[in-house]
Design a protein around this ligand. Structure first.
Ligand code: MG
Length: 168
């Protein structure tokens, strides 16, 4: 019997995103506030200029972000806009499905990214990094397949203007 059901995030509370690479090293740590959580889809917001830790040093994003994390999907979607401005772009990260422990959102970053611009331009980024890391970290075959299918699903959702890309 599971005596510790998976926590559901309460709107307005803080949630810290801690993304790692496949070997467990810290990759990206970003503070959020929870907007909503239905037990699968957790939506969180980030205020522009709040410090973010990255493996390449501190970063302050110029974008307000609304982020969609589905507990059963191998990606997340960042809706980026400069404060007071309309949508600038969607930035989608291919990752393992996220966990939420009541305070932190965690996943493994799997390199591939998809960007979607308001003009309909869709790009797949970091395929070279994905190739290198498959060998460096020894991604299992099913992880490679899941990541590639996540990148395909993102492009398909974007092309058809499906949620969350309908929320421009
Ligand atoms: Mg990447």
């Amino acid at each position: 019997m599971d005596v510790h059901p998976a926590p559901v995030a309460r709107p307005g509370t803080r949630a810290l995103l801690r993304a790692t690479k496949y070997d467990g090293t810290a990759h990206w740590i970003q503070p959020f506030h929870v907007v909503s959580d239905d037990g699968n889809l957790l939506v969180a917001s980030y205020r522009a200029r709040t410090p973010i830790y990255t493996s390449r040093g501190e970063f302050r994003s110029p974008y307000d972000s609304l982020v969609y994390f589905w507990r059963d999907r191998w990606y997340n979607v960042f809706r980026l806009s400069r404060p007071g401005c309309p949508l600038a772009l969607w930035y989608c990260n291919v990752t393992t499905p996220p966990t939420y422990d009541g305070q932190q959102i965690g996943y493994i970053d799997l390199d591939l990214d998809v960007t979607v611009r308001p003009n309909g331009c869709i790009e797949l980024l970091d395929q070279d990094e994905f190739e290198v890391h498959q060998k460096l970290y020894g991604y299992p075959r099913d992880v490679i397949d899941r990541a590639e299918s996540a990148a395909r699903e993102l492009r398909c959702l974007a092309r058809s203007g499906s949620f969350p890309f309908s929320e421009g």
